[in-house]
Design a binder for this molecule. Structure first.
Ligand SMILES: Nc1nc2c([nH]c(=O)n2[C@H]2C[C@H](O)[C@@H](COP(=O)(O)OP(=O)(O)OP(=O)(O)O)O2)c(=O)[nH]1
Length: 130
């Protein structure tokens, strides 16, 4: 049976209504696909705690986690991902790609021009509509 992992993703928006998109590196699973920065929820953590920790590790900055945007369960070839996405705001630091191949600020109406991890599509659709 496939393992299910619980994952959180941050939708970080700047003052120009652009959203921070992160490119997975060639060495990662789901290589060369765009995603929302974040990662797996560890035992004993709330989704909000995981997101703050992951963003500190991946982007070297501190965020405040806001409302939930979407919950999606997507079945990949080898794993089932349960992805929760949250509006987030940077409260300290400047995002730096500590683990990703690239970071890019993209306006809402151009989000669908990138090639996303499949589990992210429902969140992209929701952001696009607003
Ligand atoms: N962080 C993040 N992960 C996502 C998104 N969409 C999506 O399908 N995923 C998948 C990729 C990974 O399989 C998993 C997140 O785990 P992770 O960020 O700890 O990734 P990882 O490469 O360190 O882990 P692994 O898959 O190599 O075990 O969820 C997303 O928007 N953000």
């Amino acid at each position: 049976m496939k393992k299910t992992v619980r994952v959180v993703g941050a939708i970080i928006e700047n003052e120009n209504n652009e959203i921070l998109c992160a490119l997975r590196s060639p060495e990662m699973t789901l290589p060369n696909l765009w995603e929302f920065p974040g990662g797996k929820i560890e035992a004993g953590e709330t989704p909000e705690q995981s997101l703050k920790r992951e963003i500190q590790e991946e982007l070297a900055c501190e965020i405040e986690v806001g409302s939930k945007i979407e919950e999606v369960t997507h079945e990949y070839e080898t794993v089932i991902v349960n992805l929760l996405t949250y509006h987030s705001r940077i409260i300290r630091g400047v995002p730096t790609a500590e683990e990703h191949a690239e970071l890019r600020w993209i306006s809402r109406d151009q989000l669908n021009e990138l090639e996303w991890a499949p589990a992210d599509i429902p969140t992209i659709d929701k952001l696009h509509k607003r």
